[in-house]
Design a protein around this ligand. Sequence first.
Ligand SMILES: O=P(O)(O)OC[C@H]1O[C@H](O[C@H]2O[C@H](CO)[C@@H](O)[C@H](O)[C@H]2O)[C@H](O)[C@@H](O)[C@@H]1O
Length: 251
Amino acid sequence: MTPGKTVNFPPEPSADLALFLDFDGTLIEIAEAPDLVRVPPELPSLLRRVQTVLDGAIAIVTGRGLINVQALLGPVDLTIAAEHGAAIRYAGQSATPQSTSHEPAWPVAWKPQLAKFAQARPGVEIEPKSGGVSIHYRRAPSEADAARDLAASLAEESGGAFVVLPAKMAYELRRPQVDKGVAVRQLMETPPFKGRKPVFIGDDVTDEDGFRAAEALGGYALQVDRHFKGQPACVRAWLADFCAMEKGDVE
Ligand SMILES: O=P(O)(O)OC[C@H]1O[C@H](O[C@H]2O[C@H](CO)[C@@H](O)[C@H](O)[C@H]2O)[C@H](O)[C@@H](O)[C@@H]1O
């Protein structure tokens, strides 16, 4: 496959694509806190319809925990690469991730440190996940430097077992072996993704590995700011165009 090229606009919906979709800031609008997001009621069925059109070649690739994103999306049966790819659950398989790599989870000793940090800083929120943790400061922007310093010191303390990933008004600690590019490459090795042209859509620094992987595999990297006017609603509108290819609509 030839390497992908940078495009100025989203490609026309096509049945030979494989879609890799970031969640926060891409499929849904950013909110003040992780638990305050609103999932548009039509999103789960939209994703299911696109999944049918693409014969299953659609995946959510998110920094969120698997259970968290599944709870937000409801009973739609999608492939989800959660925690930046640390936990991948394939559509049609059990709710338990088929590959949860890089166990054990993050050090228990961090818990009191993180709790104390957040307690002393109203608005700071700790989001524990199974293989990592996020320190959010969106509601306490003046604590950005303190959050960064804490994340850096925990990463250093871990002796390389964890790295800091800057995110939107948050710092995440995750395993260095895990990133969205690794997840895209893993998914692209098997059906229904294999042989298709990958399209990665994202809005954040945490998506850059996914962008690079999609382009290296001959596909497209689409940024919400650049290609979708910074609006998840425009991403959803582009996805809705895939529905014109549903069985019965094809000439
Ligand atoms: O990879 P993503 O699906 O984009 O997930 C990245 C992180 O998204 C969430 O945090 C971000 O969105 C929150 C809700 O809009 C916002 O309040 C926060 O400031 C953002 O950083 C999520 O909570 C994290 O677990 C994800 O890693």
